[in-house]
Unconditional design. Structure first.
Length: 413
C-alpha cells in the first residue's frame, strides 16, 4: 500500500529531522568554535600551534570513530538514549575544558567530552533520519546535517563574542550549558522507525499487520566486503586529510595574513553559509540527478576550493574560498549517508555509516594536527593545504571508480 498518510497531520519524520539538525547544530557547532580558541589557548597555556590543533584532531577522531560502536548500538537499542547521553557529554566536556590548567587537561576535557558526545549522538541521529524517507531522502539528510553548517555560521562568532566578554574559560562554560540543554531536549524527539508511529517512510500508509517485519538491507559484515563500501571508505579517508584543516587553521591563517579577529572569524562563518547552502540545495538536487555522481562532484569541488586557499592572502579571496569550500563540504556530508542507504538498505544503516566514518576519523586525526606541526616547522600552511587538495582529487578518482563498479544485489529497498 502506498497512499499518503493523513493530510491533516505533519509527517513526524520532520520532527526527527529537527532533532538531528539540533544535535548537529550544538555538537558540531561547539566543536567548530575551536578555531576561535586557538590563539588564547596558545597564549595562556604556552602551547605550540600543532599541540593546540591536536585538541580538535583528537576530538574529531573520537566523534567520527565512535560511530562504529554507537551505530550498531542505535540499530539495536534505538538512537534516542544514545543521543541524549552524547549531548550531555558534550556539555560536560566543554564545562571541564573551562577549568583546564594545561593543554593536556584540555585534551582530557574537550577532546574526550566532545569526541564521546558527538560520537554517541551523530551517527545514530543521522542513521535514524534515513529510515524515515525514501523519495526525499537526500533532502531530509541534507536538512538534518545542515545543523553543522548553521552551527559553523552562528557558534564561532558567538564564541568570539563570549571570549571577548567573559574570557575563554567562561566562554567554554556557557557553550557547555547551551549544548547540554538544547541537545538533550531535542534528542528526546528521536523515534527510531516510522512504523513506531504507525506510518511508512515519507508518510505512506502501512499495513499494521506487517509492522513486525524488519527493515531490509545488508548487515555491516555484508556491506564492508563490497566494492562500494571499500571505495567509499578509501575516498572519504583521502578527503578527510584536507577537509577539516580549515576548521582549525583558517582563523590562525587569516590572523597571520594581517586580518583582524572579527574578519577572521567571519571567514569561518562563510564556510557555515556555504555549507548550509550545500546541504539544502545539493541534497534535493542530488535526489533528482543521482546521488552517487554528485558525491564525485563534491570531492572535486573541495579539491578546487583548497587550491584557492593555498594562494589566497587577503580577505576577499579567503572569503571566496570559504564560501565555495563550504558548499561542497556541506554537499558531501549531506549526500554521504543517503548514498550508504541507497547501496545497503536501512536495517543496519547506522552501523554501516558508523563503520564508514572511521575513515573520516583517521583523516581528521592526522590532517589538522599535521598541518599545525607543519606550520610550527616551516611557518607556512602552503604545503599542507596543497596536500589536502591533492588528496581530494584522488578521492574523486576513487569515487568515480566506485560508481562504475558492478553492484551486488544485497538490498531490497
Amino acid at each position: 500500500m502506498h497512499p499518503h498518510a493523513r493530510n491533516d497531520s505533519v509527517f513526524y519524520g520532520w520532527a526527527v529531522v529537527a532533532a538531528a539538525f539540533s544535535i548537529t547544530f550544538v555538537g558540531f557547532g561547539s566543536a567548530y568554535t575551536f578555531s576561535a580558541f586557538v590563539e588564547p589557548l596558545q597564549r595562556d597555556l604556552g602551547a605550540s600551534r600543532g599541540s593546540v590543533a591536536l585538541v580538535f584532531s583528537l576530538a574529531g577522531f573520537l566523534y567520527f570513530g565512535l560511530g562504529i560502536v554507537s551505530g550498531p548500538l542505535a540499530d539495536r537499542f534505538g538512537a534516542r538514549r544514545l543521543a541524549m547521553l552524547g549531548m550531555l557529554f558534550v556539555g560536560i566536556g566543554l564545562a571541564l575544558a573551562s577549568r583546564a590548567r594545561s593543554i593536556v587537561e584540555v585534551y582530557a576535557a574537550y577532546s574526550i567530552g566532545i569526541g564521546l558526545g558527538v560520537g554517541l549522538a551523530y551517527v545514530p541521529a543521522i542513521g535514524t533520519v534515513q529510515r524515515w524517507f525514501v523519495a526525499r531522502r537526500g533532502l531530509a539528510s541534507g536538512l538534518a546535517v545542515s545543523g553543522i553548517g548553521v552551527g559553523t555560521l552562528i557558534m564561532p562568532p558567538l564564541a568570539t563574542w563570549l571570549i571577548a566578554s567573559l574570557g575563554w574559560r567562561d566562554a567554554y562554560l556557557v557553550l557547555g550549558v547551551l549544548a547540554a540543554l538544547v541537545g538533550v531536549a531535542m534528542s528526546a524527539l528521536i523515534v527510531n522507525d516510522p512504523r513506531d508511529r504507525g506510518t511508512g517512510p515519507d508518510g505512506t500508509a502501512i499495513d499494521t499487520r506487517a509492522t513486525a517485519k524488519p527493515a531490509s538491507g545488508a548487515t555491516v559484515a555484508e556491506a564492508v566486503r563490497t566494492s562500494q563500501f571499500i571505495g567509499l571508505y578509501a575516498a572519504c579517508l583521502l578527503a578527510a586529510f584536507g577537509v577539516f584543516v580549515p576548521f582549525v587553521h583558517l582563523v590562525p591563517y587569516a590572523l597571520d595574513h594581517g586580518l583582524d579577529q572579527a574578519s577572521a572569524v567571519l571567514l569561518l562563518g562563510a564556510i557555515g553559509i556555504g555549507s548550509t547552502l550545500g546541504r539544502f540545495l545539493l541534497g534535493s538536487l542530488a535526489d533528482r540527478m543521482g546521488r552517487q555522481v554528485f558525491l564525485v562532484a563534491m570531492f572535486a569541488g573541495m579539491a578546487a576550493s583548497l587550491f584557492i586557499w593555498a594562494f589566497a592572502g587577503s580577505f576577499w579571496p579567503l572569503a571566496i574560498f570559504a564560501l565555495v569550500f563550504g558548499v561542497f563540504y556541506g554537499g558531501w556530508v549531506a549526500i554521504l549517508p543517503a548514498v550508504v542507504m541507497d547501496y545497503f538498505g536501512g536495517r543496519h544503516v547506522s552501523g554501516i555509516i558508523g563503520a564508514l566514518y572511521t575513515s573520516v576519523a583517521i583523516g581528521t586525526l592526522i590532517g589538522p594536527s599535521a598541518a599545525g606541526f607543519a606550520f610550527d616547522f616551516s611557518h607556512s600552511y602552503t604545503l599542507p593545504i596543497l596536500a589536502g587538495a591533492a588528496a581530494n582529487i584522488l578521492a574523486a578518482i576513487v569515487a568515480i571508480a566506485t560508481v562504475r563498479a558492478p553492484r551486488r544485489a544485497i538490498v531490497a529497498s
